[in-house]
Design a protein around this ligand. Structure first.
Ligand code: PAF
Length: 324
């Protein structure tokens, strides 16, 4: 050890700190899409804010493009404490925290304003309180966006056009039960396998929000995009309790506020992609169907709503649809 280092170590000991305590804690954050995508934008804002708010004591290492696995695997890793953070859709989350499932009902939300109001209001905030008992800390609702269908076979205007198509879905029973009423053959699959499955024709199509279709370059493997907007796909910024339980109250506040700012940035990116991305996908060769018969899709979905009412309570569904 050089003389200067010894002096620094003595000084830090005298000040009651350790030279080693100055090392930042690096948190692993994972998400499914690229660093430039909506998930990357939200995650970047979160990480910048916690770094700033803790004077550099916390930093992140980003694992974009599903580098840490599919969303289900990443949530399991959060519970185990082998991963610190994930910015994930609700797709697999209902398997961990059943209270989340209700927000995955197709055609539940009218538009982005409605969805965001519910998530940020008492209903959404109450759902966040259900996570800690499952070994997960939910910092905030971020956003994936309204999902639209793509496929390699034909334009989809009404459910009968979708009927018979083998479509990859998330591993989400609420979605799959709904999509079956459209006549689709739902094929659940983890997202990292999807591009290959579309390329090889193992499935005819998939459904995802515009920011995912854009950032995952699905225009390279899918011809038809129909703006079905058949379900809102909420997302969450989840943290491992292993990290949360070590934070001081002041740092907990920094993390929570950072997550709120992340949500704002992520939603803004979703808006931007919705506004500009469809034209880009057209340029990239996709055939876009803008006029979709939403009423026909809702009509087809009626039997699924009978099951949803039984499972979640008709009054609970109404509480969401009533939010203005
Ligand atoms: O389709 C999915 O699995 C999700 O929408 C994705 C792309 C992983 C983003 O959350």
């Amino acid at each position: 050890m050089k003389l200067g280092h010894i002096a620094a170590a003595c000084l830090s000991l005298a000040l009651g700190t350790s030279a080693f305590a100055q090392q930042p804690t690096v948190l692993k954050i994972g998400y499914a899409t690229s660093k430039e995508s909506h998930y990357g934008v939200g995650s970047t804002v979160f990480c910048e804010e916690i770094e700033k708010g803790t004077q550099g004591r916390y930093k992140c290492q980003h694992f974009a493009n599903s580098a840490l696995g599919g969303e289900r695997e990443q949530i399991e890793a959060i519970q185990l404490g082998t991963q610190d953070l994930v910015n994930t859709s609700t797709g697999p989350v209902g398997n961990f925290v059943p209270e989340v499932k209700i927000v995955d009902i197709p055609f539940l939300f009218r538009d982005y304003d409605h969805a965001r109001k519910v998530m940020d209001g008492p209903i959404g905030q109450d759902i966040l309180t259900k996570f800690p008992s499952k070994g997960i800390i939910a910092l905030a609702w971020t956003e994936n966006g309204f999902r639209h269908m793509t496929n390699s076979k034909r334009d989809i205007v009404k459910p009968s056009d979708a009927a018979g198509l083998k479509m990859r879905t998330m591993e989400n029973k609420v979605h799959m039960d709904g999509y079956r009423t459209f006549g689709i053959l739902p094929t659940p699959m983890a997202f990292p396998e999807l591009f290959g499955a579309l390329q090889q024709g193992t499935v005819d199509g998939q459904e995802n929000p515009i920011p995912v279709i854009l950032s995952s370059k699905f225009s390279q493997v899918q011809k038809h995009l129909s703006l079905t907007g058949h379900v809102y796909s909420p997302a969450l910024l989840l943290l491992s309790p292993k990290v949360w339980n070590k934070l001081s109250d002041a740092d907990k506040k920094v993390f929570t506020e950072a997550a709120k700012k992340a949500a704002i940035a992520q939603r803004k990116k979703v808006n931007d992609d919705e506004n500009n991305g469809i034209a880009q996908l057209e340029k990239d060769g996709m055939k876009v169907t803008r006029t979709v018969d939403g009423a026909a899709f809702r009509e087809a979905l009626k039997p699924a709503y009978v099951s949803y009412a039984k499972e979640f309570g008709a009054d609970n569904i109404k509480k969401i649809t009533d939010v203005k």
